[in-house]
Design a protein around this ligand. Structure first.
Ligand SMILES: [Zn+2]
Length: 87
């Protein structure tokens, strides 16, 4: 039985190690996606449309070209740069 317990522990360890490695890899891939999205957002000549019938939330405004949501105006700029879309 002890060999089974040892084997079980070895598998637990392997699962832990692989999970750590995969989480690290996924984190890096998500960072890459984030950078790519940032580039796309900057260079796309957006065509903003409102999703469904929402009239209140900017999160529901998305671009038909890059399929990204309209970001809220960054703090520091008093009014948003997309004033055409505000109420
Ligand atoms: Zn776009």
């Amino acid at each position: 039985m002890e060999d089974l317990i040892a084997r079980r522990q070895a598998i637990y360890n392997e699962i832990y190690d692989r999970r750590q490695a995969l989480e690290e890899e996924v984190k890096n891939l998500e960072k890459t996606i984030s950078k790519i999205n940032s580039n796309i957002y900057d260079i796309c000549e957006h065509n903003w449309v409102r999703d469904r019938d929402s009239q209140y939330d900017r999160a529901y405004t998305y671009c038909t070209k890059c399929n990204m949501h309209l970001r809220p105006a960054t703090s520091g700029t008093a009014s948003g740069t997309h004033s055409c879309l505000t109420e």
